[in-house]
Design a protein around this ligand. Structure first.
Ligand SMILES: Cc1cc2nc3c(=O)[nH]c(=O)nc-3n(C[C@H](O)[C@H](O)[C@H](O)COP(=O)(O)OP(=O)(O)OC[C@H]3O[C@@H](n4cnc5c(N)ncnc54)[C@H](O)[C@@H]3O)c2cc1C
Length: 498
């Protein structure tokens, strides 16, 4: 029972319930999740830290607008089933979002409790509620209204595509998802490691969509097997949503980059998580990696590669040209990697890869860097020192981010893109330059986050529904300047309130 008499002051003082973690020495020997989750008592106690402010900022801090204070109140009262229904009003992937969202930059960043104490563990509580819902097999199936007779094609089964499918299906539209891989989930399956997001969670969410009547066609590369025009003109779709993500790896363009044994993070992780190379030979996907793996970059993807390599039993070293303070990875990800005995070579800028007689990489040459004084923006830039070192290695994994997948734009000349290949849309509606074609997720932002991809997909679905019902009467504002940036979260909220 919630203690209604607890004052805001008392609530503000309560310490945060941190999630228990698997011990580092044990977890590098398995693929199980690192955090272990709250008990009901811990969850109720954590929820009781919310002070229920008059103007809760956390709702605006959530890109899909979950009514966070309302679900926290229900958890505090022990009514987890109602809390699950409350979250589901806005988010159909709560178990994934509770695990992988950067809450420290979103809802928790604006939590008032966080001004004097640690913010309320909103993400951990979302995860708890979603796990409770799954464990107790609570009914998640939404009502599907009578068919509207409208057919929608969705390209890509990542978080953006799946969210759009859900939102349009609950409006009664006939929804078909076309996915290039042999299974759905997008980066949540082929990128984010199992020890952060177990596969069964995504499988259950995919099954929910199947149960709702969404059709999935796998191994279907749109742009190769069928074009957008064919979907619209021959296959009878009334509208299309492009959610093909950002899967084109960035490299450095340095000498030796094409040697054998050099992977992009996407290939390395896809072999392991999508094709199960971590269970070779039970699954017939080989992964050449020798004993020493060099990971280039220090963002979240790099942390995933480093920690995955550790679990594959190799020595992994991170090479990054700036210092730890500038590393773009979330602090928690970096700390988890450090706890797992991973080596970091800060201020080390790779300049060349050296190959053996069979063209396999055998060494990495780096320049030692130093940092400049902070410039006007406060940023310290890496500067040459003229000093170099060479490390012997067997494998390299580039983890420098990705550009947008180019296949669809390359065969669709009337689909406007910017000079980085990002699909240009009207920020408010997500409508592209092609009639009846909308886009969302990483395809319109460049590499971003699950929840932002979902937020855009919800926005797009709302306007696609209007389009399908003949109620779409907006003047579109789609940038023509090739230097224009993709959609930002701020942009969507600034302009997207129609
Ligand atoms: C290693 C890694 C770790 C990450 N960790 C996090 C994290 O912890 N938290 C977080 O919020 N975000 C994280 N991200 C980012 C996040 O996963 C993405 O922002 C998000 O998945 C984008 O969703 P999306 O649906 O736009 O694209 P995707 O998830 O990339 O899905 C796109 C789908 O479209 C398919 N596709 C592509 N082209 C075609 C085509 N022509 N025809 C048919 N199908 C096609 C792809 O196969 C894919 O399944 C991570 C990314 C990576 C790479």
């Amino acid at each position: 029972m919630a203690d209604d008499k607890k004052t805001s002051k008392e609530r503000m003082k309560k310490p945060r319930n941190h999630l228990p973690l698997q011990e580092a020495a044990a977890r590098i020997g398995n693929w199980d999740e690192v955090p272990l989750g709250y008990t009901l008592a811990q969850a109720m106690d954590e929820a009781s830290r919310c002070i229920h402010c008059k103007k809760p900022e956390c709702i605006g801090g959530c890109p899909v607008g979950i009514d966070i204070p309302a679900f926290l109140k229900l958890v505090e009262e022990g009514d987890v089933a109602s809390a699950a229904r409350k979250i589901r009003e806005k988010n159909f992937l709560p178990a994934a979002c509770g695990r992988v969202c950067p809450q420290d930059k979103q809802c928790e960043a604006v939590c008032i409790v966080g001004k004097k104490n640690d913010p309320v563990g909103i993400g951990n509580l979302e995860r708890f509620v979603a796990d409770y819902e799954r464990a107790h097999k609570l009914d998640r199936l939404p009502q599907i209204p009578a068919p509207t007779g409208k057919k929608v094609a969705i390209i890509g089964a990542g978080p953006a595509g799946l969210t759009c499918a859900y939102e349009l299906r609950i409006k009664g539209h006939d929804v078909t998802v076309f996915e290039a891989f042999h299974r759905g989930g997008g980066v949540m399956v082929y990128g984010i490691p199992r020890f952060r997001l177990p596969l069964e969670i995504i499988d259950e969410d995919l099954q929910l969509l199947v149960d709702m009547g969404v059709k999935f066609y796998y191994n279907m590369i749109i742009g190769k097997i069928l074009t957008l025009d064919e979907l619209l003109e021959k296959e009878g779709f009334d509208a299309v949503f492009i959610a093909s993500g950002a899967g084109l790896p960035k490299m450095l363009g340095i000498k030796g980059e094409n040697l054998n044994g050099i992977y992009s993070a996407n290939e390395y992780l896809t072999r392991i998580y999508l094709m199960h190379a971590n269970h070779f030979p039970k699954f017939p996907t080989p992964l050449y990696q020798g004993k020493r793996v060099a990971v280039i970059g220090a963002g979240n993807t790099a942390m995933d590669v480093l920690r995955t390599g550790k679990r594959m039993g190799v020595k992994v070293t991170c090479y990054y040209r700036r210092s730890r303070d500038e590393a773009p990875a979330r602090t928690e990800e970096l700390e988890h990697a450090e706890q797992e005995f991973i080596d970091f070579k800060w201020l080390s800028n790779p300049v060349e890869f050296i190959g053996d007689e069979n063209n396999f990489v055998k060494a990495i040459k780096c320049e030692v860097m130093k940092l400049s004084e902070p410039d006007e923006s406060g940023r310290r830039k890496p500067m040459s020192t003229g000093e170099f070192f060479v490390d012997e290695i067997d494998t390299v994994v580039f983890s420098l981010g990705c550009d947008v997948n180019p296949i669809i734009p390359s065969v669709t000349p009337d689909l406007r893109i910017n000079k980085w290949g990002i699909i240009m849309v009207d920020h408010a509606t997500c409508h592209t330059s092609k009639k009846g074609v909308f886009a969302g997720g990483d395809a319109i932002t460049g590499g971003s986050t699950v929840i932002l991809a979902m937020g855009q997909a919800k926005n797009a679905a709302k306007h696609m529904h209007e389009y399908l019902m003949g109620e779409f009467k907006y003047e579109l504002d789609i940038p023509t300047d090739p230097n224009a940036s993709g959609v930002t979260w701020e942009g969507r909220f600034a302009k997207g309130k129609r």
